[in-house]
Design a protein around this ligand. Structure first.
Ligand code: C2E
Ligand code: CA
Ligand code: CA
Ligand code: CA
Length: 274
């Protein structure tokens, strides 16, 4: 038994060391990625369910890592958050999203773009001014820009967040709550803060068919949103059965692989033209 414990401890510490090394590797590679501009924005269509038209797109970050290929943000955003690199990366995302908006509008495609903000970005005091400046210098209509925040961001430092959101709203920017239904927070913030959209978390949609409790939750979210005059986007729609049920529930907007995966900008524009 003693032997076993010892070897499992060794195994554990080697694991930790590997993790730490991997993190450091990733951190320096991310710094290089910023300098060498290895990031790219993909766009995933959001459709109006009744008309089937693309009205919006979510901006999703991709890292074209040399020798590796496209890396999903799920793999590097956590490290970018822990190291604070997300602040620089996030500013690049906002700037790039605004330039894509300008390009879309030049083509008379009046599509709205939504950008994800992680907690560390929202804690950065410079973010609001950065957004203001970027909007003023681009002269875009800010109502075409939406920011996605998770519920977790809202519970920390409520007064500061409230002020931040009120200022964004004054610019015309809209706010969506991402992964809604997974945050375990009080719902009172929905009335207190200037929020426009709820994005129902994918987990409820993946297991919607044949799951009574998920069906009840999704219907309750849609009903509540309606009475609070919020709009709803269902994320992670992969099947026609899910889409049909959401239509029955009068869900207004949908996003998911059934309609389209996140696309490179060119492919997204091509899709808009079909
Ligand atoms: P999220 O904001 O919840 O984004 C939705 C994720 O679900 C995306 O993964 C998208 O590609 C994926 N997805 C969309 N439809 C479907 C579907 O029908 N089925 C399945 N299985 N998946 C679907 P992605 O692009 O890998 O992004 C992962 C997460 O990384 C995002 O989750 C978001 O939290 C974060 N992220 C992405 N881009 C940014 C960014 O620019 N800034 C920050 N701070 N976070 C970002
Ligand atoms: Ca999102
Ligand atoms: Ca989400
Ligand atoms: Ca998420």
């Amino acid at each position: 038994a003693k032997q076993n414990i010892k070897s499992s401890i060794q195994f554990y510490s080697t694991d930790l060391k590997d993790d730490a090394l991997k993190r450091m590797d990733l951190e320096s590679a991310l710094r290089e990625a910023i300098e060498k501009e290895q990031f790219e924005l993909y766009l995933q269509p959001i459709l109006d369910l009744a008309s089937g038209r693309i009205v919006q797109a979510e901006v999703l970050l991709r890292w074209d890592r040399p020798g590796v290929g496209m890396v999903s943000p799920a793999e590097f955003i956590p490290v970018a958050e822990q190291t604070g690199l997300i602040v620089t990366i996030g500013k690049w995302v906002i700037k790039e999203a605004i330039s894509l908006l300008m390009d879309l509008h030049r083509q008379h495609k009046y599509i709205k773009l939504s950008v994800n903000l992680s907690p560390a970005q929202v804690s950065d005091n410079g973010l609001l001014n950065f957004i203001k400046k970027s909007i003023v210098s681009s002269e875009i209509d800010a109502s075409y820009l939406e920011l996605e925040l998770t519920e977790g961001v809202l519970v920390n430092d409520f007064d500061r967040i409230s002020e931040f959101l009120v200022e964004l709203r004054a610019l015309g920017i809209t706010i969506a709550i991402d992964d809604f239904g997974t945050g375990y927070s009080s719902l009172s913030y929905l009335q207190k803060l200037p929020i426009d959209f709820l994005k129902i978390d994918q987990s409820f949609i993946f297991e919607l068919i044949g799951n009574d409790s998920n069906q009840a939750i999704v219907q309750a979210i849609i009903g509540m949103a309606k009475s609070l005059k919020l709009k709803v986007i269902a994320e992670g729609v992969e099947t026609e059965a899910q889409r049909d049920l959401l239509k029955e529930y009068c869900c207004q907007f949908v996003q998911g692989y059934l309609f389209s995966k996140p696309l490179e900008y060119k492919a997204f524009c091509a899709l808009l033209n079909t």
